[in-house]
Design a protein around this ligand. Sequence first.
Ligand code: ADP
Length: 265
Amino acid sequence: MDRVRCAQVQRRRWLGQRVIAYDSLPSTNDLAQQLARDGAAEGTVVIADQQTAGRGRLNRRWEAPPGSSLLLSIVFHPSAPFHAHASRFPMACGLGLLEGILKVTGVQGWLKWPNDVVVERASGWGKLAGLLSEVVLSEGEPQALVVGMGVNVNIAPAVLPGLAPNATSLLQVTGSQVNRTVLFEAILDAVEQLVDACRAGTDVLGLWRSKLAWIGQPVSLFTPDGTVQGEMVDVDASGALVLRLPDGQTATFSVGDVSLRPAAT
Ligand code: ADP
């Protein structure tokens, strides 16, 4: 098993200047949140070869065999107004993931709203990576943002169906092992540039929208109140999902307790 080597990379200014690497952790997001509470600097990265309690949204499990994936979390300190930046940094992270994956492997991924990375395969869509954004609160006020990424890198095809029905990996898509250190660095490079652009006033919403899978197509949205069928029309300025329902009305769904799928699956 290759190790992710985390040498300090001089070409970046702030992201990954401090990388805290573990063989095994319950959850990189949990540790990054703790570090953020204890004052960890912007751009601190936690990475682990294995998570024993990896999480997706709403405490759904994120499963990955040891040493097979990139499992990392980044600490951000968005400037005021917190939520304006905090809504865009996860988009920048999703875009950075796509860019890093494309640069290193040539694989063109798409974003499954709100932020997972999917690829189109002959057998249908496959989920290559997940993103989990969590706001760190201090006395009820937002103090930091932690964005976690789980990228299925060298997971053997035979193992994938046991992780999730639509899981795929870069190994499965490309047929080759991918050097995780090279991918790690490429993703951080891309995320740093995109977050810098956000801070400089660029709105990444348009770019993020252009990378969303299934716009204009029929989709199913799983919500706590049941499944909603509709056409994925767009996203609004906050990043919320706009669907056209069968009766012709549009409805907007914010990021939260909802999961998107193309209608056929
Ligand atoms: P959703 O796709 O429903 O928005 P989340 O973003 O909450 O899901 O991610 C958690 C879900 O991802 C889990 O419920 C599981 O179905 C799936 N999953 C868990 N581990 C992996 C993995 N390594 N690769 C792909 N999908 C996974």
